[in-house]
Ligand binder design. Structure first.
Ligand SMILES: [Ca+2]
Ligand SMILES: [Ca+2]
Length: 333
């Protein structure tokens, strides 16, 4: 006689399915003895069958959805994720500034892009001649504009004209921004600085070549600017006449907020309207001499064309205005 275990296995191989289908009862082991379960009813079999089909379909749909989502993800998002993974660096970092105040920065991969605007872009300026730029180093950049709360925690003061912890710091001049970045770097033991003009535009575009990272036009549902004048084939929208809390509008493909509008953002570069004609094509850092500093992205007070990815603006560095703030870059060692 065969051992009980073998008999049981053999039984399963040959008869289990037949028994299920013919409504016969199944044997189970119970303390070394076999006993028979009551037959599985037709109703229960139907329920099991339906659940099985549902589970298989759900798994299939989830896999298909994942596939579709990956296909829909902009190339910039995919490239960003892959580059961060390859560098073994987090896609996003949270910097603890103290007093339970945090600052989020996002990984931006090294890469190439066309800086400036194409000749057919409506309302472009002459200082935006398109040229191909290579950025050889990945970096982190502020997910949001620096807020008033973040500024106050580091500087113990707040120069803003508009009041609110989550509003971007405004009315901050270039030297004050530089002092904030120096203090922040010393406190954290990391190297924070302003973005170069090229880094800023590369981060803003996130792979797009259009006037805005939202497409060929923009509207007041996706950015804070003076939308009382339409741009290109765009529509007339709202003019809020003030800054909005950072992150109130959708992010670009790199996951950055308010790259168009809210406050202008200081860059490290000196401004020169002819700089694009003589710029090094790798990691440009701006001209050596000049009176004003670059600011980018437009603001709550500006019409759409001044919020374009390629638009260049500038101010004397001691300028304090309620339309100007900044965003940090954190260097990767
Ligand atoms: Ca902005
Ligand atoms: Ca301009």
């Amino acid at each position: 006689m065969k051992p009980v275990r073998d008999e049981m296995n053999e039984f399963k191989k040959t008869d289990e399915i037949t028994m299920l289908l013919t409504n016969r009862s199944l044997p189970i082991r119970d303390g070394g003895q076999f006993r028979f379960l009551p037959p599985v009813s037709n109703g229960l079999k139907k329920v099991i069958a339906i659940w099985t089909i549902l589970l298989i379909s759900a798994a299939f749909v989830t896999a298909k959805e994942k596939e579709a989502k990956a296909a829909q993800e902009p190339n910039a998002t995919v490239m960003q994720k892959q580059a961060a993974e390859k560098a073994k660096l987090p896609l996003e970092k949270t910097i603890e500034l103290g007093n339970e105040v945090n600052m989020a920065v996002v990984f931006i991969p090294a890469g190439e892009f066309d800086m400036g605007s194409s000749m057919d872009e409506p309302k472009r300026d002459d200082d935006e001649a398109q040229h191909h730029i290579k950025l050889t180093k990945a970096f982190y950049i502020g997910k949001f504009e620096v807020t008033q709360l973040q500024y106050r925690v580091i500087m113990s003061e707040n120069p803003s004209k508009f009041g609110g912890d989550k509003l971007p710091v405004d009315n901050v001049n270039w030297y004050e921004a530089a002092r904030f970045l120096k203090k922040l770097s010393d406190k954290m033991g990391m190297k924070f600085r302003l973005p170069t003009e090229a880094e800023w535009e590369y981060a803003c575009r996130a792979g797009t070549k259009t006037a805005f990272n939202t497409g060929t036009t923009i509207d007041s549902d996706v950015a804070n600017y003076d939308a009382t004048e339409p741009y290109a084939d765009g529509i007339i929208g709202k003019y809020l006449k003030r800054t909005t809390e950072v992150g109130s509008y959708p992010p670009n493909a790199f996951g950055l907020y308010d790259m168009h509008g809210n406050v202008w953002e200081w860059c490290s570069d000196i401004y020169d309207e002819d700089y694009y004609k003589v710029t090094p094509l790798t990691d440009p850092k701006g001209p050596q001499e000049g009176k004003s500093k670059v600011m980018r992205g437009g603001a709550w007070y500006e019409n759409a064309y001044k919020c374009r990815s390629a638009d260049r603006n500038h101010r004397w560095p001691k300028t304090n205005e309620s339309i100007i703030g900044f965003r940090v870059v954190l260097e990767i060692e």
